[in-house]
Design a protein around this ligand. Sequence first.
Ligand code: 48H
Length: 267
Amino acid sequence: MIEETKITELIVRNAVDDFLNNLDVDVVVAGGGPAGLTTARYLAKAKKKVVLFERKLSIGGGMWGGGMMFPRVVLQKGGKEILEECDVKCKKSGGLWVADSIECVTKMTAKAIDEGVKIFNLVSIEDVIIRNNEDNKNNKNRKNKTKICGVVINWTAVQMANLHVDPLSVKSKFVVDATGHEASISHLVVKKVGNLNTKTGDVLGERSMWAEKGESDIMGNTGEVYPGLFVSGMAANAVYGSERMGAIFGGMLMSGKKVSELILKKI
Ligand code: 48H
């Protein structure tokens, strides 16, 4: 017999257990686009406890839509190898490769989950947790005396309905902002943190299309912008005022991988 309340109990108990098991983790990743999925996958592969919060119903960010809704993305060397690790087929054309954007998102997500990434969708990161940075306590030359050590979350539906409902929190050793174009307007880096490693200490905002430059700048922009807080993918170019690049995705993947390597050196 299928009892309705048993279905309810199974869903609520399982979901709450998962949530409670992930209140204190190694890394929180904000955003499940190509950069966030890649960062999370490599960290989980290295046996770190990783939670990814995605504000929308579906994972994948801007990758689903390919270029102007033609469901294809372009990759350069470096990026296509990362996709192939997820068993995505990449077709060579000249010095570039092309892949099906739906195959990319579904396989990247499946691989990340198989490596152990815990994904919570429909949850928005609206703030960060901050504490004194013990490493910097006795170093007067260091700019920031505090460190980011977790995130403040709420249901996206609460935000969208503009309801006054207080949030909850998750602690982590490191936080990765992979919120894409939205980094320049999200509360995560700009409004709440400030004093970033940029020229002005603030988010500089992304610039107009220049694919070659946007893709080459992204690796330099990828890194720790505040103690405990890293940026990857389009968020990195938004923070440092670099160009957009359209539907070429190698930079997003390589940036995601780079952040995982930087965190693994510190953790
Ligand atoms: C939880 C959040 C929050 C939040 C946002 O936009 P994305 O795909 O970002 P990237 O950097 O992985 O990839 C960028 C790429 O998709 C792209 O747009 C390119 C290459 N554009 C070039 C151009 O010229 O336009 O994914 C970010 C994800 C999304 O799924 C958001 O819903 C999510 O982050 N998100 N999740 N809490 N506060 N803000």
